[in-house]
Write a protein that binds this ligand. Sequence first.
Ligand code: ADP
Ligand code: TYD
Length: 204
Amino acid sequence: MFITFEGIDLSGKSTQATLLYKHLKKKGKKVILVREPGGTAISEKIRKILLDKKNKNMYPITEFFLFSASRYQLTKEVIKPYLKKGYIVICDRYYDSSTAYQGYGGFVDLKHINSINRIASENLEPHITFLVDIPIEESVRRRKIANKVNDRFESKKLSYYKKIISGYRKLSKLNKHRIFTINGCNPINEIHKHILKILEKYNI
Ligand code: ADP
Ligand code: TYD
């Protein structure tokens, strides 16, 4: 079972992915948690290039190929081998992030995104995707609280994030068979319980 978490920055994806990982581990399940971009030695190096604020003049297509390269490496080196061994693989972001950020964000033609996504994932589709949905105001609020130094992505404009939020919502309508939209404004533990409730139907 391949489970992914999606949503805009600070939506609470990592919090929920970690809670789910710990829950399943405690239940004695074979489970791993990885994140994108990253998750392998090579992919973590690519992540550094992608997030580096000094790389101001990176073209959108360069960026998209780097995300895809990192994804392919992670898919071949970790995700597919672990799925084969019967593990539940939880991934914090996968190709829906490219569709939402590079595609609906307005930088790369969705036709190209879809075909490269298929190559980078070797046609692996997540079985279940939790879209942790928050409005832009909540992301801004959390950013102020976290008070952290922005990386290259977090420095982008609010109008860009609005496109991503609506892109994710479109994606969930187009992929009703696997994408579950979760209200990320609810308390952390309530969201976790909601996720477990959905997973019960899959006998997880
Ligand atoms: P992401 O992985 O989507 O960027 P994180 O899980 O790292 O998000 O959470 C971002 C910030 O929001 C953290 O400070 C976290 O404690 C806080 N947070 C996460 N979930 C919630 C929630 N449901 N309500 C309020 N704050 C939350
Ligand atoms: P990260 O620090 O992992 O953010 P988060 O905690 O929100 O997941 O940074 C990843 C950034 O890269 C984030 O802003 C989303 C962006 N991104 C894309 O634009 N396209 C992609 O395909 C992926 C995987 C991430």
